[in-house]
Design a protein around this ligand. Sequence first.
Ligand SMILES: [Zn+2]
Length: 42
Amino acid sequence: MGTIICQSCDATIEHFEVEKVTTLYSNCPNCKKQRKTGQKQS
Ligand SMILES: [Zn+2]
């Protein structure tokens, strides 16, 4: 089983079926949103 983990908040984003155990890192929708608008953060 494969798992996609958010590299920003370590939340599990998604599980997917693969032959071997795999961990991928991405950003969850929440962190993606924060990144796009994060520059305005004060
Ligand atoms: Zn996240």
